[in-house]
Design a protein around this ligand. Structure first.
Ligand SMILES: [Zn+2]
Length: 462
């Protein structure tokens, strides 16, 4: 029996049309589809009813900011807003200064609703749009948003939402950095007891992004600039299907900045403090050999963290040495390299250094090859505290900086380096900070105090 549904809103033309449509449907898909539209219609009716009822309640008028007299009601004015349930309309009071001061018009109910004067789209829609843009190109996000909500927005509109929210994220970050610079520690993020007992790993790396050479025009040659990225995570373990123990990252947090290491330093320090740098039972710093990043380690973390030089980078240098010593193509070079790598891997770094120094003195070695061997020996000597891989293994620490590289890939590669993509500095920064907010679990804070938890439809639990 479909008749009762029609009686819910006998007066409304749209509702009657839906009911007609429903009668003509046959397949399950089409019944669900029409019912979905009806659900939105009901949602809209509820919202409008709420708004119009609440707008009737009187609120005290504020004083005119020019002359100080109390504003006076001038009756009701229309307001509309595009929401997740479509356009909603309501009427709310408007007040003016009785003396007719300029710019004294006010709508107190807008403030109650926490909407701004020229806002056309409600925050739950903007949040969805921004969320899609965190992962997907603007065009595709616009198309998907329409598929999921029926609401049509140009990609330019989505872009402007991202700019606004990204700017907000950046402003909040600079306020936190300013507080840190005056010696105020940030609040430590709450961790489950189990996770709080895990080692905190920190690492950093750089990756290039394609930027426009000039503002406001896509013309000119692509300008590649480096983004510095740091990753922080707690190191847990899990068993694979074959029973092997592998590292699993918990509480992964990323820091990123389009700028130099000076810009990265305080941002990384801020995040490290939030992640319990001072409380963690053990801290490990993972990095390849780039000197700048090790300076960062010396400056911020050397007093609390164990430094680990990425084993694969170290092995790469050993190969360079082997090629210089024995000509890279020969079997001997391969054999010598593998011997050295094996020794390095199992904590015999002093043996490795002895071998390198011994090789340096081989008679008849060309100067440039000797130079290479010297460089490699110096390099390892410099990192002598960071290459005791047997000890690190016993401490259950990772030997490679793979988690940093995969973070770079995820954060930058996946979204910013698509075919033909080139970014303005501002546009890049805003989206970067939205992406960071998402991965760090702070995205929803940018959209007011609503709890954005999505509950499943009631029937799902039946
Ligand atoms: Zn006035």
């Amino acid at each position: 029996m479909l008749a009762p549904i029609e009686q819910w809103w006998t007066e409304d033309e749209i509702w009657r049309q839906y009911c007609e449509e429903l009668k003509q449907t046959t397949s399950l898909v089409s019944i669900v589809w029409v019912a979905w539209q009806m659900g939105l219609w009901i949602g809209r009716a509820i919202v409008e009813d709420q708004l119009n009822t609440r707008a009737q309640l009187s609120s005290p008028w504020r004083k005119c900011r020019h002359c100080g007299r109390h504003l006076r009601s001038k009756g009701f004015e229309k307001r509309r807003m595009l929401t997740l349930v479509g356009w909603v309309k309501w009427r709310r009071r408007v007040g003016c200064c009785p003396d007719g001061c300029r710019d004294s018009r006010e709508h107190p109910f807008d403030q109650v609703l926490e909407i701004s004067a020229y806002q056309q789209t409600s925050d739950e829609v903007r949040r969805l749009g921004c969320l899609l843009c965190v992962f997907l190109p603007f065009e595709l996000s616009s198309w998907l948003l329409r598929q999921f909500t029926g609401l049509q927005f140009e990609s330019d509109t989505l872009w402007s939402w991202v700019q606004a929210q990204g700017r907000q994220a950046m402003t909040e970050l600079s306020q936190q950095l300013a507080r840190l610079s005056t010696g105020k520690s940030p609040e430590v993020e709450r961790l489950e007891e189990k996770i709080a007992k895990m080692t905190l790993a920190i690492g950093a790396d750089g990756v290039k992004v394609p930027l426009r050479p000039q503002a406001k025009t896509p013309k000119g040659k692509t300008c590649w600039r480096e983004v510095k990225i740091a990753v922080l995570a707690r190191l847990g373990q899990r068993l694979t299907q074959t029973g092997k123990r592998v590292t699993r990252l918990y509480q992964r947090r990323l820091v990123g900045v389009l700028g130099d290491l000076k810009a990265l330093g305080p941002r990384l320090q801020l995040e490290a403090m939030r992640q319990g740098l001072d409380q963690a039972p053990r801290v490990v710093w993972l990095s390849d050999g780039a000197p700048g990043f090790w300076k960062l380690y010396q400056h911020y973390f050397a007093s609390v963290a164990v430094g680990v030089l990425d084993f694969y980078h170290a092995a790469g240098h050993l190969w360079r040495a082997a090629a210089a010593y024995l000509d890279g193509r020969t079997k001997e070079a391969r054999w010598w390299f593998e011997l050295l790598r094996h020794q390095l891997r199992h904590g015999r770094w002093s043996q490795v250094l002895r071998e390198l120094i011994w090789a340096l003195h081989r008679p008849g070695l060309p100067t440039s090859n000797r130079q290479t061997l010297k460089q490699v020996a110096f390099y390892l000597q410099n990192h002598i505290e960071h290459i005791d891989y047997r000890k690190f293994e016993q401490m259950d620490l990772p030997l490679g900086s793979g988690m940093v590289e995969s973070a770079c890939k995820w954060l930058i590669q996946q979204r910013f380096k698509g075919v033909g993509m080139r970014w303005s500095e501002e546009g890049f920064n805003h989206l970067l900070h939205l992406r960071l907010a998402w991965v760090n679990g702070r995205f929803d804070n940018l959209f007011g105090n609503t709890s954005w938890t999505v509950t499943s439809p009631p029937s799902l639990n039946r």
